[in-house]
Design a protein around this ligand. Structure first.
Ligand code: NAD
Ligand code: 6OD
Length: 484
C-alpha cells in the first residue's frame, strides 16, 4: 500500500493521524494519507519562513530561473510517474492526463521562469520646484510564505499554476493538496529534492479542510498570503481566516458557465467542443459548460447531436485506450451529482440522455460512475440551471435574440468562463464584451495562453493570475523615490 507523506523542510515525514485514499474507479483503498494538524502545519510554515532567510532568499534571479527550468525538465523526465500517480488518484483516462493536465505542470514552471526574467519595472520622472526633478522606480519583493490550498479536479495543473509563480517571485510555499488527491504534490517533493531546491522552499502538508491542515494553514499568522482554488463556500471561510492578520488572497472559485451557440456557427466543431467542455474529466472542470443556450433554428439538431456524442462516451478502466470517460472523484461527490439528477426530474426536466449510473463490469462496479446527462425544458430558476453540479451534465435551452443570449449567460451569481460559437466576428466581439466572466472563448474552449489574465468575476473568484498578473499577487511592489 502506498503512503502519502508530508514533505517538510526538504524531507518526507509522517504524523500520528492518517486516513485512507480510495480509488474512484472501484472504491478500493490504494494508500494511506497522513493528516497534518496544527503541529505539522506549524513545522512547515516555520521551515518556509526560515528558508526565506537562507540561500533561497539570497539567490540571484538567474539561479532561481535556472532552478525553475530544472524543475520543468525533471517533471518532463518523470512524466509517466506523474501521469500514473494522478490517474490513480482521480481515475481519469490516461489520455486526459497525458494530453490535458500533466504537460501543464512543466509548462507552468517554464512560463513563470520567462515572465519573471523578462518583466520590466516601472519608473517615473517627477518634476520638482527646484527643477532638478526626482526619479521614481518600483522594485518587486516576494510576499513571504504563501499558503497554497488546492482542489482535486486537476491537482497537479492547478497546484503548479500557483507554486511556479510563487517560487519564481522568490517566495516559499506550504501546499495543502486536496485530501482526495495527495499523490502528485508529494511526487513534486521528490522532484524538488532531485533538482536541489533548498530545504523549506516547497513544503506539503496533507489533510482535510475544516479542523485540519487547510484551516490550520490559512489561520497561521506566519502565512503572508493565501492562494486558493476550490468552492466558493470554502473561499468564504478562507477569506474570514485571512482577514485575521490582514493577509492577501487570490481565489479561483466555482462556476456555472454558459455556452452560446449561434445558428451560423461551424456546427461540427461546436458539437466537438461541447463534448469536451461538458464531459471532459467527467464534468469536473471549473471552466466546463453546464448551461448551453442555442439559437432556436439550431436547437433540436444541436441537442440530438450532443446526445449521440454523450452516449458514445465509454466509461471504463483508465488504462484502456478506448476509455473516454472516467468516474467522479468519490462516492460522496457521486451522491451530490446524483441528487441533482433526481432534482432535475423533480423540477420538470425533459431527460434527453443519461440521468443515472452506467452498468459497469464487476471489477469497477463499486466506482463513482455516473452517466453523462443532458436535460432540456427547465426554467432558468431551476436549481440544476443555477447551481454548480461539477458532474458530466448540462441543461440546453433555446434563445431567439443576441440580447436574450447575453442576458441568459449573465443570469448567474457565478462569472468564470463562457464559450461563444459563431462565424460572425462582429457578433462575437459584441457579445464577448458584455458577458460578466473572467474568460470568454470564441470558437474554442480551454485554449490557454499562460501569459493572459485568468480568474473569475462575481462569485467565481478574486484577483487574476497568469503572466504578469501572477507577479502582482506573489510580490509586493515598492516604490523608491530619489530626489535628484
Ligand atoms: P473544496 O473547496 O471543497 O476544497 C478545496 C480545498 O480546500 C481542499 O484542499 C480542501 O481540503 C480545502 N478546504 C476545505 N475547507 C477548508 C477550510 N475551511 N479552510 C481551509 N481549507 C479548506 O473544492 P473541491 O471540491 O476540492 O474542488 C471543486 C471546486 O473547485 C469546484 O467548485 C470548482 O468549480 C472549483 N474550482 C475552481 C477553479 C477555478 O479556476 N476557478 C479551478 C478548479 C476548481
Ligand atoms: O488553465 C488554468 O490555468 C486553470 N487554472 C484551469 C482551471 C481548470 C479548472 O478545473
Amino acid at each position: 500500500m502506498k503512503e502519502f507523506k508530508h514533505f517538510i523542510n526538504g524531507e518526507f515525514c509522517i504524523s500520528e493521524n492518517y486516513f485512507d485514499k480510495l480509488c474512484p474507479t472501484d472504491s478500493n483503498v490504494i494508500g494511506r494519507v497522513y493528516e497534518g494538524l496544527e503541529q505539522e502545519v506549524d513545522h512547515a510554515v516555520n521551515a518556509a519562513e526560515a528558508a526565506l532567510a537562507g540561500p533561497w532568499g539570497k539567490m540571484s534571479l538567474d539561479s532561481r530561473v535556472a532552478l525553475l527550468n530544472s524543475i520543468a525538465d525533471e517533471i518532463t523526465r518523470r512524466f509517466d510517474d506523474f501521469v500514473t500517480a494522478e490517474m490513480a488518484d482521480t481515475g481519469q483516462p490516461r489520455s486526459t492526463m497525458e494530453h490535458a493536465f500533466i504537460p501543464r505542470a512543466a509548462a507552468n514552471f517554464r512560463i513563470f521562469a520567462d515572465v519573471v526574467k523578462n518583466v520590466p519595472s516601472e519608473s517615473f520622472m517627477t518634476d520638482t520646484p527646484d527643477g532638478a526633478g526626482a526619479l521614481n522606480y518600483a522594485i518587486r519583493k516576494p510576499k513571504g510564505v504563501i499558503g497554497v490550498v488546492c482542489p482535486w479536479n486537476a491537482p497537479l495543473l492547478l497546484m503548479t499554476w500557483k507554486v511556479a509563480p510563487a517560487l519564481a517571485c522568490g517566495n516559499t510555499v506550504v501546499v495543502k493538496p486536496s485530501e482526495e488527491t495527495p499523490a502528485t504534490a508529494a511526487l513534486l517533493g521528490e522532484v524538488m529534492q532531485t533538482v536541489g531546491l533548498p530545504a523549506g522552499v516547497y513544503n506539503v502538508v496533507h489533510g482535510g479542510g475544516e479542523n485540519s491542515a487547510g484551516a490550520f494553514l490559512t489561520a497561521h499568522q506566519k502565512v503572508d498570503a493565501i492562494t486558493f482554488t476550490g468552492e466558493t463556500g470554502t473561499g468564504t471561510a478562507i477569506m474570514k481566516a485571512a482577514a485575521n492578520g490582514m493577509r492577501d488572497v487570490s481565489f479561483e472559485l466555482g462556476g456555472k458557465n454558459a455556452g452560446l451557440v449561434f445558428a451560423d456557427c461551424d456546427f461540427d466543431k461546436a458539437v466537438d467542443s461541447f463534448v469536451r467542455s461538458a464531459f471532459l474529466n467527467c464534468g469536473q472542470v471549473c471552466l466546463g459548460t453546464e448551461r448551453i443556450y442555442v439559437e432556436r433554428p439550431l436547437f433540436e439538431k444541436f441537442v440530438a447531436a450532443l446526445a449521440i456524442r454523450a452516449e458514445q462516451l465509454k466509461a471504463g478502466d483508465p488504462e484502456d485506450p478506448t476509455t473516454t470517460l472516467g468516474p467522479l472523484i468519490s462516492q460522496g461527490h457521486r451522491e451530490k451529482v446524483l441528487s441533482y439528477y433526481k432534482k432535475a426530474i423533480a423540477e420538470g426536466a425533459n431527460l434527453v440522455t443519461g440521468g443515472g449510473v452506467p452498468e459497469m463490469p464487476e471489477a469497477l462496479a463499486n466506482g463513482a460512475w455516473v452517466q453523462p446527462t443532458i436535460w432540456t425544458g427547465l426554467p432558468e430558476t431551476a436549481s440544476v440551471v443555477q447551481e454548480e453540479i461539477f458532474g458530466p451534465c448540462c441543461h440546453i435551452a433555446p434563445f431567439d435574440t443576441e440580447a436574450e443570449a447575453v442576458a441568459l449567460a449573465n443570469a448567474s451569481d457565478y462569472g468564470l468562463s463562457t464559450t461563444i460559437w459563431t462565424s460572425d466576428l462582429s457578433c462575437a466581439h459584441r457579445v464577448a464584451a458584455q458577458i460578466e466572466v473572467g474568460i470568454t472563448w470564441v470558437n474554442s474552449w480551454f485554449l490557454r495562453d499562460l501569459r493572459t489574465p485568468f480568474g473569475g468575476s462575481k462569485q467565481s473568484g478574486i484577483g487574476r493570475e497568469g503572466g504578469v498578473h501572477s507577479l502582482e499577487f506573489y510580490t509586493e511592489t515598492r516604490n523608491i523615490c530619489i530626489k535628484l
